[in-house]
Design a protein around this ligand. Structure first.
Ligand SMILES: Nc1ncnc2c1ncn2[C@@H]1O[C@H](COP(=O)(O)OP(=O)(O)OP(=O)(O)O)[C@@H](O)[C@H]1O
Length: 317
């Protein structure tokens, strides 16, 4: 659905996108993550035909975004990170206005708008002025606006930013619905654990380059190679720690008042064997658990030492 090849965007001498290459298959929910200034919004704006690349190719549904912008626009619904809503409209009028702009006949709009409002949980706000809606509601209304022409691809730039936890959950539930409807979704976010729950794949971008891409589970498995095991033992804690230090795949052992923390690079089978060894040694194990590796850890590990662009280079931030 999306094919990006050597996409580069320069603002003066500053390179925001540096030969970015990635593709996203139809029906995929793709999480685009990266530190501030990494180039996510720039990529999304190019895909949405709102910004011209300096060089390289971006295609949506087989159409080149610079050569066939009209065809691309029919296929996409774009929600920018900063959006405006026309406050003097009522919710229904707002969607009707956008529907009309897309040339959707009135009779069709009359059917479509209640469906969209239901999808984004705004049915009871149909006759409210946009002005009176909360931020979360406005954001959901914007999402409904992106769906008016029934696009196949949604490009959502931080749709949950600035929302409180409840509003984020609501947004996430709507996105799940859209996934079930078969939409391809490119979504950027800083709320990484939330993304992990709903995306099929993630791409990590830094300094305008894709530095990791894959299925969430695969990337998490990569991280598992360096998992940390927390072991709580009744009595003989130091003896247990010494024993663990000598075991295969154990790279480091630290003890504190919470127990023994073991850095372990083995497989699940080897981890089970490690526990069995401890029991055989008659250590009284109270708990033996694996520290959770979530997308946040993955992200921090991959972008270790990163952050936003070099301050000297990043004169625009
Ligand atoms: N119009 C512009 N002129 C100059 N520099 C720009 C312009 N737009 C973006 N940039 C710079 O390009 C870099 C990439 O910006 P972009 O908005 O794509 O990053 P991002 O990953 O979306 O960041 P964030 O998560 O903070 O929104 C940033 O350093 C930004 O300051």
């Amino acid at each position: 659905m999306i094919e990006i090849t050597n996409l580069t965007k320069r603002y003066g001498s500053f390179t925001a996108l540096d030969s970015l290459t990635m593709d996203i298959g139809q029906g995929t929910v793709f999480g685009f993550v990266g530190p501030n200034g990494a180039g996510k919004s720039t990529t999304m704006s190019i895909l949405a035909t709102l910004l011209s690349p300096t060089s390289g190719i971006a295609k949506v549904g087989g159409y080149d975004v610079t050569e066939k912008p009209k065809e691309v626009r029919k296929l996409i619904g774009y929600m920018p990170d900063f959006f405006g809503v026309y406050d003097n409209f009522k919710t229904t009028e707002y969607l009707d206005f956008y529907g009309a702009s897309y040339g959707i006949p009135r009779a069709e709009r009359l059917k479509l708008i209640p469906q969209l409002l239901e999808l984004v949980n705004l049915t009871d706000k149909a006759d409210f002025y946009v002005d009176s809606l909360s931020r979360g509601m406005k954001q959901r209304l914007c999402l409904a606006r992106c769906l008016v022409h029934q696009p196949e691809l949604l490009i959502l730039d931080e749709p949950a930013s600035g929302l409180d936890p409840r509003a984020r959950i609501e947004m996430r539930e709507i996105l799940k619905e859209l996934k079930l409807m078969g939409k391809t979704i490119l979504i950027s976010s800083h709320i990484l654990p939330e993304l992990a729950e709903m995306v099929d794949e993630i791409g990590v971008i830094e300094y305008g380059k894709l530095i990791a891409k894959g299925k969430v589970a695969d990337i998490q498995n990569r991280m598992k190679a360096n998992r940390v095991l927390h072991i709580r033992v009744l009595q003989r804690q130091e003896e247990c720690a010494q024993f663990l230090k000598g075991q295969p795949q154990v790279t480091m052992v630290i003890t504190d008042e919470k127990g023994v923390h073991v850095h372990f690079g083995g497989s699940d089978e080897e981890q089970a064997a490690l526990l069995a060894q401890c029991l055989q040694m008659s250590f009284q194990i109270v708990s033996f658990s694996e520290a959770m590796t979530n997308l946040e850890d993955v992200f921090l590990e991959i972008t270790k030492g990163g952050g936003a662009h070099d301050a000297a280079q990043n004169q625009y931030d």
